[in-house]
Write a protein that binds this ligand. Structure first.
Ligand SMILES: [Cu+2]
Length: 368
């Protein structure tokens, strides 16, 4: 059952406030995950139509312990959480303030192909200074996301979460509902990364096999087996250490726009069921996600409900989404670890009964 605390009400009030045009600037004070994409939520199953404006800009942001020019959506990266309800008619309006063409692809969303947002396939792209509208009936539910489909804009931050609440209420109800957007951020220009990889595919791989490894392998497997192994890899022109093309040598991994030091924190009261909507909005990175001390129950994958299955860890590929339910019963903090598949980097976030760093804490009650 939904549980609304005083803070939830305060947050709703804040959301209502930021909707007022005169106070629009106030919303910039809120981090992305605390900002609504539209004026206010409608009730569960609400069929009222909704119009959402997304403004794409290139601007300087504080990110991963530094400052950089990123591509933002309504002032933040990742962009605002777009919440829709099954049965609504949605109008998603994208305004391109960049000096280059842009686009937003609605990942996993059922809509007319002309509105899918992939330049060169379904539409020509959004020219600089122009807008594009996707108007469609919402006929699905679940955890999705949106991102640029132009150049390397996605790598520069142009991504965001999109959640659709089911008309009949959640099959797996929860007391709290958090979105965790995983991103791999780099201060390098993506063109430069691409250029390096084209010339040397293992440019960022600092874990190559060495002469020492050869000596060790000979000691354990024998000379002929070791030579056979090296020969096989050479014939394939592959490296057994090729787990990720781009590593933490340049990547900073983020959850909801915050790195491990930023420590995004979701609050709970012991005993509450928490739904975590994990979205891998990274450009290249596969993550292993663990929540030490808490069993996770996967209830949805890529927006679709699945038979609940209890796990200790899951691996999430680029663009995948998983909804998991956790029920922390103890009055203590739990770490959410997302480690890159090649083990070169990680980002952690926290579920906690109390907030120690208010700007980075979120307290979202579940609805719908
Ligand atoms: Cu996509």
């Amino acid at each position: 059952m939904p549980v609304f605390t005083t803070n939830d009400r305060r947050r709703r009030l804040l959301r209502a406030l930021v909707a007022a045009p005169a106070l629009a600037g106030l919303s910039n004070l809120l981090p992305a995950y605390a900002r609504p994409a539209r004026a206010a939520r409608v009730g569960p199953g609400g069929a009222s139509d909704v119009a959402i404006d997304l403004h794409i800009r290139r601007e300087r942001v504080a990110i991963a312990g530094g400052h950089a020019r990123a591509i933002t959506l309504n002032g933040t990266t990742p962009g605002p959480l777009i919440e829709l309800y099954e049965g609504q008619n949605a109008r998603l309006r994208v305004h391109n303030h960049l000096d280059e063409p842009s686009s937003i692809h609605w990942h996993g969303i059922l809509l007319p192909f002309q509105m899918d947002g992939v330049p060169g396939v379904a539409f020509p792209g959004i020219p600089p200074g122009e807008s594009f509208e996707a108007a469609f009936p919402v006929r699905q539910a679940g955890t999705y996301w949106y991102h640029s489909h132009s150049g390397f804009q996605e790598q520069k931050g142009q991504t965001g979460p999109l959640v659709i609440h089911p008309a009949g209420g959640q099959r797996e109800p929860a007391d709290r509902d958090y979105v965790l957007v995983l991103n791999d951020w780099t201060f390098e220009h993506p063109d430069r990364i691409f250029d390096k990889l084209k010339k040397m595919p293992d440019y960022y791989n600092f874990k190559q096999r060495t002469v020492g490894d050869f000596v060790d392998d000979v000691a354990t497997a024998g000379l002929s087996a070791t030579l056979r192994d090296r020969l096989a890899w050479n014939q394939m022109r592959m490296s057994p250490r090729d787990i990720a093309d781009v590593t933490a040598q340049t990547y900073h991994h983020l959850i909801n726009g915050l790195d491990a030091a930023g420590n995004w924190t979701g609050l709970f009261t012991p005993g509450q069921r928490i739904r975590l909507r994990v979205i891998n909005a990274s450009s290249m990175t596969y993550y292993n996600v663990r929540l030490p001390g808490l069993a996770m129950t996967v209830v949805a994958a890529d927006g679709k409900d699945v038979e609940p299955v209890e796990i200790d860890e899951f691996q999430i590929g680029v663009a995948e989404t998983f909804d998991v339910i956790v029920t922390p019963t103890r009055d203590r903090a739990y770490t959410i670890m997302a480690e890159s598949m090649d083990r070169s980097g990680y980002v952690r976030a926290t579920l906690a009964p109390r907030c120690v760093n208010p700007p980075h804490c979120s307290r979202v009650a579940a609805i719908g």
